[in-house]
Design a protein around this ligand. Structure first.
Ligand code: UTP
Length: 297
């Protein structure tokens, strides 16, 4: 595992081609990643986290309904003209500067929802031979300090090894996560030696669940090509990374920050409440409402 100076992590892949069945009918005509937490869609929070980590190329793997995502990051000429005419500069700023001009946006299509691993393979030619990040926007990570991806990119820069975001999960949740087995290596870092997708608690190598943040060596693509449909009949990213472990080191990082599983309805609503309380203009109203509610139950 001898490493030269690792290449910078410049590209991030955002898979947004899932079916989002847990949010039907809301996700019938828009991708799950366009659902808003307070006033921003999930995908925008993830994009902001990536930009903060130094990413300059955003690659969206889309399917049907792809227009909603590209429209969101495109200029909205009529809306901007109107807001400018009405002197609504605050609002104008909020829609104008979502992504700085120097950042590249690339859209690729996943023709069929064959799994997350398959979605990542759709980005292979755009990523090329460079380390890259993956962000699943439905995992939202709230932070006061540096964002989760920035923490992971730092570790990649120091170690030259791929990095996966993990967190402690309760026993009964192993069947909903990729679970990793780790051992502490010579540098005192948690090196992954096993990775299992959605194991029953008895088969789970630990209680460290994989969260939707990855910094990966491009070698993962050749391993993904060898993966056949696994858990749930889908081509799993976990299986590709598990195969890569034989030849490439992969570290687990229990990042700082609070994660919300916005792919589930209760996680989505928790995030909505916590982010609403972060907004000065609606905080008091929200808290009053919640204390009224609590009195009733
Ligand atoms: P999920 O496992 O959350 O699946 O995908 P889903 O289809 O989005 O949602 P449910 O479970 O039906 O409600 C994890 C991530 O992988 C992407 C999704 O968009 C999400 O960001 N994904 C999944 C794809 O891009 N393509 C796929 O074929 C599957």
């Amino acid at each position: 595992f001898l490493m030269n100076q690792p290449k910078p992590v410049r590209k991030a892949v955002f898979p947004v081609a899932g079916l989002g069945t847990r949010f039907l009918p809301a996700t019938k005509s828009i991708p799950k990643e366009m659902l808003p937490i307070v006033d921003k869609p999930l995908i925008q929070y993830a994009v902001e986290e990536a930009l903060e980590a130094g990413i300059d190329t955003l690659i969206f793997v889309t399917s049907r309904n792809k227009h909603a995502i590209s429209d969101h990051f495109d200029t909205a000429f009529e809306l901007q003209t109107r807001l400018a005419q009405d002197g609504k500069t605050g609002l104008l700023q909020r829609i104008n500067q979502i992504v700085p001009d120097e950042v590249n946006l690339v859209y690729v299509t996943q023709p069929e929802a064959l799994g997350l691993g398959h979605a990542i393979l759709c980005a292979e030619t755009i990523v090329g031979d460079e380390p890259f990040a993956i962000l699943l926007a439905d995992d939202m990570i709230r932070n006061d300090g540096p964002g989760a991806l920035a923490q992971m990119v730092d570790l990649y820069r120091e170690s030259g090894a791929s990095v996966i975001g993990v967190e402690e999960i309760p026993d009964e949740m192993t069947t909903s996560y990729g679970v990793v087995g780790v051992e502490v290596n010579d540098q005192g870092r948690s090196a992954i030696h096993t990775m299992v997708e959605k194991p029953v608690p008895e088969d789970a190598p630990s209680r460290l669940g994989v969260v939707g943040r990855y910094v990966l060596d491009p070698a993962v693509f050749s391993y993904l090509h060898g993966v056949t449909a696994g858990s749930g009949g889908e081509i799993q990213l976990t299986d590709g990374i598990a195969a890569m472990l034989q030849t490439h080191p992969v570290l687990a990082l229990p990042f700082e920050g609070e994660r919300y599983d916005c792919g589930s309805r209760h996680g989505f609503i928790k995030a909505t409440i916590d982010y609403a309380i972060d907004h000065d203009d609606i905080r008091d109203d929200m808290l009053d409402h919640m204390s009224d509610l609590l009195e009733q139950f």
